[in-house]
Write a protein that binds this ligand. Sequence first.
Ligand code: GTP
Ligand code: MG
Length: 439
Amino acid sequence: MVLDKLGGSLQDALKKLVGASRIDENVVNEVVKDIQRALLQADVNVKLVMTLSQRIKQRSLKEPPPSGMSPREHVIRIVYQELVNILGKSANVRLAPQTIMMVGLQGSGKTTTTAKLARYFQRKGLKAAVICADTFRPGAFDQLKTLCDRLGIFFYGEKDVEDAVAITQRGLLAIEKYDVKIIDTAGRHALEKDLIKEMEDIHSTAQPDHKLLVLDAAMGQLASEQAKAFDKSIGITGVVITKLDGTAKGGGALSAVSETDSAVAFIGIGETTDDLEKFEADRFISRLLGMGDIKSLIEKAEDTLKSEDIDMESMLSGRFTLKDMYKQLEAVNKMGPLKQIMQMLPMGKLGMKISDDMYSVTQDKLGTYKYIMDSMTDKELEDPRHINSSRITRIARGSGTNYEDVRELLKYHKMMQKAIKGMKGGKFNIQKMMKKFGA
Ligand SMILES: Nc1nc2c(ncn2[C@@H]2O[C@H](COP(=O)(O)OP(=O)(O)OP(=O)(O)O)[C@@H](O)[C@H]2O)c(=O)[nH]1
Ligand SMILES: [Mg+2]
């Protein structure tokens, strides 16, 4: 996944929203703080982050949720919308016959992206050909030719010729009959005068429909300066951010571009020729946030909160029966293995530590526990202390399980009961806690 780290931290922030028992100013502030930290770590401009934070806070607290939408979903949607907003529009490179000129600093990924783009169009059914107009770097010809040969893409280049403009001119004639013509140009250390001159000459010779600026994602927020400089000299029509797979600064590069008049058209996410994606801000953010997952989490969360019928009062008074435990386990099971979600369950809300074993109670296990409990007497269910070794044997036989299963169940129960007793021991103000989550 692109931008794993940023995506992960943003998702963690949203999970706090999903898991909160109530959506109030405190929760929103806390989530916004997490989002800020995540974005700043991805090198997103501080001012941009502050504006975004303000907007999320204001909208979350002022805008009423649309009908049918829970407060939780509402805030998540606002976060999503505001993140899409800072990425701005994406540049649209249509699937049509056209000439594309690639520009950018040395090593930014122009040649690789030229091949990736040709492949992109080819897969969409357009005939693509490329021209090597880089006479600066000795290996440029071979590099692009090798990539094209492998992909079955027509390549035009002239070895040992220095005039990149003349090559472009002859090249365009040679590939006249192709739908999409892509010109790879030379990169330099910085925007030097002679590079600009050559770029402008190729530009006026080729009259490209698109001038794509290729930027290394590692540039972070400096991307905006580059975009402005290139735009001033030949007027770029779109940006390709490469190497998003290899840097934590990708968020900065992406958002910086939208601050200029330019927009991102494609992103490079790896070294192979298939690692190119058309950039669409909404789809990108949706994937970054794992929106599909988040949505189903919200549904589950609200489902479980509704169906929760555990008698908290009695539980906290020290009565924690096997039946109570079964309900808890059932709730855990319904939620899947996500630990964050556990915070919503009564035990989690009270800050009770739940061992890792508890998270992995499978449907099978639950089934087994149910059989076991069905073979117990009411008295045993209410107070399992009465269950001695011979009773365990009886219960195991009656339920078609074995001795160890029954013992495991009892062990769980004891563990949980102990934890609940621990909570009673004065560390928590029960009354206050109960109020807090509306029990
Ligand atoms: N991981 C990763 N590597 C990339 C990506 N795009 C390009 N690269 C690598 O970046 C290096 C430079 O890529 P080139 O395409 O040669 O860059 P260039 O802009 O043509 O370089 P010059 O022609 O010297 O200016 C190569 O090793 C590529 O494999 C990407 O999206 N992800
Ligand atoms: Mg190159």
